[in-house]
Design a protein around this ligand. Structure first.
Ligand SMILES: Cc1ncc(COP(=O)(O)O)c(C=O)c1O
Length: 484
């Protein structure tokens, strides 16, 4: 670590790194349109340039290292220097760097990966379809919801229900399923009125005074049923949910929520699609988040941790009834008219396969259970902090939600930028964390191979950042400031 984490710098106003016109970051901004960024801010404050990975840490262009508390984008499950995955890629590059897997061709590792993934689920899945990103996987599921209902002679059953603050991607279909308003504004999304939204299952925020978690779950399930009945169950095709909401705030569902939701979906013959893009491949302590929360999905999407994000790859898994319908359509129409040029890209597949093997060889799920319990304990210890409203998490994902007023649960006025300040201070102390899109939640989702000692070091650095934030909030009287 450099001296950025020394007590001397603690409490200093967050200093944007001086914009050096010829720096790597500035040159980058001159040519690249960066996603999810404030492009105006970026023009003045170039992005951090990451040059190397070392275990659970990354290293910037100046040689400073940072513990990656969110595994990049909740995805580098094996950290940033796993040689076995590098070797798997090199071997496949040498054997066959590309061939397609469409029409009547395939490559050697793809079937092995699909077989392995099918062997990892808690509910039977019939087939696996490969894509390149989580968005593409969820777009595929949207199309399959429509295709399936056409195939079984229910062409009016087309509406898709998802949750407010759920995040499912950015392509037109996936973004329409997404329930985060910022992802729709001025993109003319959702693309049609087929996309409906129901409640965000955030008990701390939306539970009523005196309401138990179970009662809250019953209320949300009743609201979902009311929506379905209002729309007409014969028009509702599918329900999408992340077992634990990621980008929306690392929101762990209230007890009994998914059991109640599943019963309603079953009653009205509505497909349950689990978005396992973050929660799949072990993040919650089971191979799927659906297993942790007793969900029996008809279809699911995987991405991010599938290949520890060392290669871009995603997968859609579908059950027998969905596959039977696809087969029937092929008999009728001649072929299944959906795939990508790089569907099942051999290098991505080879890396994903090795990644899944390593999970077993190294008992990564066991690590998530043990070290995850330690992480959750350390996160819960912040619950009494004056700026912390609530803490939550499961396995290797967790959040700390900051509030201006603990008693009333009032969030900070967003324009004060409190969560951004905390994230920036963490970075100064050598820790990367992410603020969620809703409220003032700070998210942690470290590599699944993190050790207890590394969790402790991560928490030490976070404590310094929270101390800085507390001092800054107090000195500027920010708790009292409310929107005019
Ligand atoms: C739950 C979830 N679904 C889907 C996506 C979209 O994945 P991608 O960015 O690979 O398109 C994300 C991305 O963060 C996600 O968190």
């Amino acid at each position: 670590m450099d001296d950025a984490s020394s007590p001397e710098t603690a409490g200093a106003e967050t200093a944007a790194p001086a914009s050096k016109p010829n720096s790597l970051g500035a040159r980058n901004v001159a040519h690249v349109a960066h996603g999810y960024a404030n492009l105006d801010t970026l023009e003045r404050t170039p992005p951090m340039v990451v040059t190397r990975g070392r275990g659970v840490s990354i290293v910037d262009e100046e040689g400073r290292d940072y513990i990656e508390g969110v595994a990049g984008m909740w995805c580098a499950n094996f950290g940033f220097s796993e040689n076995e995955l590098v070797e798997a890629a090199i071997e496949q590059f040498r054997a066959l760097p590309y061939y397609h897997t469409l029409i009547d061709k395939t490559t050697e590792p793809m079937g092995r990966l699909a077989e392995r993934l099918k062997g990892s689920t808690h509910v039977p899945m019939a087939r696996v379809f490969f894509a390149n990103s989580g968005s593409e996987a969820n777009d595929t599921l949207v199309k399959l919801a429509w295709y399936y209902h056409n195939a079984i002679g229910k062409p009016e059953k087309k509406k898709i229900v998802s949750r407010f603050m759920g995040f499912h991607g950015v392509t037109c279909g996936a973004a329409s399923v997404t329930g985060i308003p910022q992802m729709h504004t001025d993109f003319d999304l959702p693309v049609s009125e087929r996309f409906l939204k129901t409640d965000c299952p955030h008990f701390y925020r939306y539970g009523e005074a005196g309401e138990s978690e179970e009662d809250y779950a019953s209320r949300l399930a009743a609201n979902l049923e009311e929506l379905i009945l209002r729309e007409g169950p014969e028009t509702v095709a599918a329900f999408f949910a992340e077992p634990v909401m990621g980008g929306g705030g690392c929101i762990v569902p209230p007890r009994t929520y998914f059991e109640k939701v599943q019963a309603i979906l079953d009653r009205y013959e509505i497909l349950f699609f689990a978005d396992e893009v973050i929660t799949g491949s072990g993040r919650t302590g089971c191979w799927l988040g659906s297993e942790t929360f007793n969900i029996r999905p008809d279809g699911l999407s995987l991405a991010k941790g599938l290949a520890s994000a060392y290669q871009p790859i995603s997968a859609v898994m579908i059950n027998q009834k969905l596959y039977d319908a696809m087969l029937a359509e092929s008999r009728k129409l001649g072929f299944f008219a959906h795939a990508f040029t790089t569907t099942g890209h051999p290098v991505a597949v080879a890396v994903a396969l090795r990644c899944q093997e390593l999970m077993e060889e190294r008992d990564v799920l066991g690590n998530v259970t043990r070290v995850g319990a330690h992480l959750q304990e350390r996160i819960r210890a912040f619950a009494d902090h004056p700026l912390v409203g609530t803490t939550r998490g499961v396995g290797m994902m967790a959040a700390i939600e900051l509030v201006a007023d603990k008693e009333t649960r009032r969030s900070f006025e967003p324009s004060l930028g409190v969560k951004t300040f905390a994230v920036d201070r963490a970075r100064e102390h050598g820790l990367i964390i992410r603020s969620a899109l809703s409220g003032d939640s700070l998210a942690f989702a470290p590599p699944l191979v993190m050790t207890e000692a590394e969790v402790d070091e991560m928490m030490r650095r976070f404590t310094l950042a929270l101390d800085d934030t507390t001092r800054w909030v107090e000195e500027n009287g920010l708790q009292a400031k409310q929107a005019a």
